[in-house]
Design a binder for this molecule. Structure first.
Ligand SMILES: Cc1cc2nc3c(=O)[nH]c(=O)nc-3n(C[C@H](O)[C@H](O)[C@H](O)COP(=O)(O)OP(=O)(O)OC[C@H]3O[C@@H](n4cnc5c(N)ncnc54)[C@H](O)[C@@H]3O)c2cc1C
Length: 317
């Protein structure tokens, strides 16, 4: 494993599979989104930010959307694309789409009344060390390291067992957050999805910011993996972090057309690969059917065309 990770102090034992995504990487999210916005505008797209969608209109005995109601007025339209991340449940309900699904299991049995959207709380934080602490042996920027393991995890503070169950973490140097930033497996929000307040979102949320338990587990896991993180617990940055995601019944995205002219991109928190999905969606709207998108149709639940179930503790692996 030290060879695969390129870091000399690797010490997690029992890692049986290593995947190195050589073309992978990471970028500042805000800068990336503004960069993409600039590219769209240079193609003549007009972006109106700060406008809230509140409902949809249809008519003439058809389900097709004829207009979008917003807090700044009603906008007539030929086609609607919905890509609202963790807010999908509210817009889904405005579109009067099914609040629950029937799933045909691998055994052919029908499982009824499974909520279409549930929430998971993402666990992320930053260890406030110099981000340059994490470099490869050659002094280069390291990849994002993601570890899933069933090795017992011991506290880096007092040696006690943090967990003897399957656990997972990811981490990378981060110059924006000022340290080593990363996370651990999220947990399903116990509250009824109807009662979950998505706003205020992220660090402003009174309900969904990570606590001490996360910090202890995550920093212990960093030390489990690399010796350089031993004894660093006091440097954990005690500032609000994390956020929630809206997940589909199988935790995979839903990319499909509803109401005849409404394309919903519901990412189920699968990340920035949605940039590539946007291109495929544009091609589909222009008339090409994408084979890559077929496994993500909403009909997969009732048809039992389900995705393989992963052993990873992460819902998006
Ligand atoms: C804590 C956390 C960490 C993450 N870390 C990573 C990571 O390291 N790498 C990675 O690849 N992915 C990561 N993700 C996942 C990634 O952020 C999402 O998968 C991605 O942002 C989804 O893109 P999107 O464009 O579909 O939705 P979003 O980026 O969520 O954008 C949705 C937009 O819709 C707007 N909107 C919502 N409702 C309305 C409405 N009614 N009217 C008008 N506008 C509305 C919102 O304001 C928002 O701007 C993380 C997610 C979380 C929560």
């Amino acid at each position: 494993t030290p060879l695969a990770t390129g870091v000399h102090d690797w010490q997690a034992q029992g890692i049986t599979s290593v995947l190195h995504e050589k073309r992978g990487g990471y970028a500042n999210n805000t800068g990336t989104v503004y960069g993409l916005g600039g590219k769209a505008e240079s193609e003549g797209v007009r972006i109106m930010s700060g406008v809230k969608v509140q409902g949809f209109e249809s008519g003439n005995g058809s389900g097709a959307i004829t207009a979008v109601q917003t807090d700044r007025g009603t906008i007539q339209c030929d086609y609607v694309i919905v890509a609202v991340g963790p807010w999908v449940k509210s817009v889904w309900e405005m579109l009067e789409l099914p609040r629950a699904v029937t799933i045909k299991g691998a055994d052919g049995m029908l499982h009824e009344n499974v909520p279409t959207w549930v929430f998971w709380s993402l666990q992320e934080g930053t260890l406030g060390v110099d981000p340059n602490l994490q470099r490869t042996n050659d002094g280069d920027m390291p990849p994002v390291i993601h570890v899933d393991t069933d090795a017992a995890l011991h506290s880096c503070v007092d040696g006690s067992v943090v967990t003897d169950q399957m656990w997972g973490i990811y981490y990378k140097p981060d110059f924006h957050f000022g340290g080593i930033q990363g996370g651990a497996a999220p947990f399903k929000v116990a509250a009824d999805p109807d009662d979950v307040a998505v706003d205020p979102y992220g660090p402003e949320s009174p309900d969904f910011v990570v606590g001490e338990e996360f910090a202890h587990m995550w920093v212990s896991a960093l030390a489990h993996c690399q010796k350089r993180f031993e004894g660093q617990m006091p440097k954990y940055k005690n500032e609000p972090s994390g956020g929630i995601g809206a997940f589909s019944p199988d935790s995979f995205p839903v990319f499909d057309v509803f109401r005849e002219n409404c394309y919903v991109i519901a990412d189920s928190n699968h990340g920035f690969k949605m940039i590539g999905v946007g291109k495929l969606v544009a091609e589909e709207i222009c008339g090409a059917r994408s084979k890559l998108m077929e496994p993500f149709r909403f009909s997969r639940y009732i048809e039992g065309k389900l995705h393989p179930v992963s052993n990873s503790p992460f819902p998006w692996s």
